[in-house]
Design a protein. Structure first.
Length: 211
């Protein structure tokens, strides 16, 4: 998977396991049989076994990285890091709900922003190559971002790449903005969480994964 889309096998499996855990949680909750300790234990196993690398390589190009092989390695590294941190955000949202104020979600969103900031400026082959692969991750982080500065940064990066015809940037922006608007409305009515997965399905479904 790393060579195909920049997402290593462990992270791809973690995303699938997190999705399966979300399905299990919903079924158990509807049946009135949800065990929170079991939910937490299952999530912890996914994070420890699949999302805790022994070594996290540095981001960015080194001073001597001036050939195509070095650029390919950097592109894969940047893409893999973004996939990994957003997979962790997804997992914590499954456990805690879609609450941007939860510490683990807030920290994961901040880490995602830092990884995206490490991607070189837009309108470059490296930038477009990385960001076209991680539109879904940027959308997920954006949906769970609560700081105005973070939201604007992600919107700007998506807007820049949208101008280059990259991926489904316009759809991702629409999902994010819809979630923010509904969260604002929910806050006036008591602060119920806004399920970004429902919004994504409503506005585009799985097309956001086809980038």
């Amino acid at each position: 998977m790393l060579n195909v889309m920049g997402c290593d096998n462990e992270t791809a499996l973690a995303i699938a396991e997190a999705s399966n855990l979300a399905y299990w949680k919903d079924r158990q909750a509807h049946a009135g049989a949800l065990s929170v300790p079991t939910l937490v234990d299952r999530a912890r196993s996914i994070e420890v076994e699949l999302l805790t690398p022994a070594y996290a390589p540095p981001l960015g190009l080194g001073p001597d990285a001036d050939d195509s092989a070095d650029e390919l390695a950097v592109r894969r590294r940047l893409t893999a890091r973004i996939f990994r941190v957003t997979a962790r955000v997804y997992l914590h949202a499954v456990v805690s709900g879609d609450y941007p104020g939860v510490a683990e979600i807030r920290e994961g969103v901040a880490e995602t922003i830092a990884c995206v900031r490490a991607v070189p400026a837009a309108r470059s082959p490296l930038s477009s190559s990385v960001l076209r692969s991680v539109v879904f991750g940027m959308c997920l982080a954006g949906c769970l971002a609560d700081r105005w500065e973070d939201r604007q940064f992600l919107l700007q990066r998506l807007q820049e790449e949208q101008g280059e015809g990259v991926g489904n940037c316009a759809e991702a922006r629409k999902v994010m903005e819809t979630v923010w608007e509904r969260r604002k409305e929910a806050a006036r009515e008591g602060g119920a969480p806004v399920n970004w997965r429902d919004v994504m399905q409503e506005l585009g479904g799985d097309s956001l994964l086809l980038v």
